[in-house]
Design a protein around this ligand. Structure first.
Ligand SMILES: Cc1cc2nc3c(=O)[nH]c(=O)nc-3n(C[C@H](O)[C@H](O)[C@H](O)COP(=O)(O)O)c2cc1C
Length: 286
């Protein structure tokens, strides 16, 4: 049972905790009045009340002092630095065989773990795959899934129907053919020679699981960029995972729940020299 108390000797009654609480657990008639705690069982454990208090007056059973760390605002990156990092983050598929340093992987995981989650569920978990045999298994698993789709699309009865009713899907046939032929010749067009895979998973029926996992991915990708580690989103692998109704992927890796997102990582052979503009931004103000 969550226990939340206000230390009345320290509380300066600023009301910040009242204003940030998403569950409306903290109450105050007006600023300067005593803060009261009502229905603490509704707490979603976001820690906002503890994070915002300038006096350490919110005593929350889930956030003892060792879990609360002062923010050094002078160490924050500037907006220009943040934008530079966002612009510099690219999908670099030029991996070398050099493994990612353990400390770097730890930083990438820590960044991913701080991403927001719906209702503060914090249900996102991670599996790091480094074993070359397991990486090969992921490649084969993905290729075999694409082979099944390709054979179906290429079926002489199905093909004319797809050409007429799903031309966008039809356009994929030559792409699938190229992918399968390259993999058959031993070229790694799926993982691109990445030395690690980060599998991001959530409990099976998590309503916002995919969203939560993708936000974790984005945090991880920005951290990877700042460390000089390359990464690419593994859409091909995810397509295979989502098509797999028997959940062989999760079962193979002993994952309870659903893999929502896969990131390929490795050390880059070279870095990008230029930031290249994306399409013109489309913004509407209403
Ligand atoms: C949902 C998603 C799926 C993707 N799938 C793949 C993939 O399977 N293989 C790959 O090489 N790149 C994949 N990418 C990377 C995109 O091709 C890349 O993000 C895009 O070309 C823009 O380049 P940038 O990431 O350098 O900005 C994927 C990206 C996203 C967001």
């Amino acid at each position: 049972m969550v226990d939340i108390k206000i230390n009345s000797e320290e509380c300066i009654k600023c009301g910040h905790c009242v204003m940030v609480c998403p569950s409306k657990i903290l109450h105050q008639e007006k600023i300067g009045h005593t803060v009261e705690v009502k229905n603490p069982q509704n707490c979603i454990l976001c820690g906002h009340c503890v994070g915002v208090c300038p006096k350490g007056a919110v005593l929350h059973s889930e956030f003892p002092t060792e879990k609360v760390h002062k923010i050094d605002y002078s160490a924050m990156p500037t907006p220009e630095q943040v934008l530079l990092l966002c612009q510099k983050r690219r999908s670099n598929r030029s991996f070398t065989k050099k493994p990612i340093a353990q400390g770097d992987m730890q930083m990438i995981l820590s960044a991913a773990h701080t991403a927001p989650t719906a209702s503060n569920e914090q249900g996102v978990s991670f599996t790091v795959v480094k074993n070359p045999e397991e990486l090969l298994w992921v490649r084969k698993y993905t290729v075999s899934s694409f082979e099944k789709v390709y054979n179906l699309l290429n079926n002489f009865l199905v093909r004319p129907l797809i050409k007429t009713f799903a031309p966008a899907l039809y356009a994929y046939i030559p792409r699938f053919a190229r992918l399968l032929s390259a993999e058959k010749k031993g070229s790694d067009v799926i993982l691109r020679g990445a030395t690690s895979l980060l599998l991001i998973h959530t409990p099976e029926n998590s309503r916002f699981g995919r969203d939560d996992a993708n936000l974790a991915y984005q945090n991880a990708s920005l951290m990877a960029e700042s460390l000089g580690v390359s990464q690419v989103y593994m859409g091909f692998v995810m397509t295979a995972v989502r098509r797999d109704k028997k959940h062989l992927f999760e079962r193979h890796f002993g994952i309870k729940g659903s893999v929502q997102c896969v990131m390929a990582l490795g050390m880059p052979a070279f870095r990008f020299e230029n930031v290249v503009d994306k399409k013109d931004i489309s913004v509407k103000e209403i």
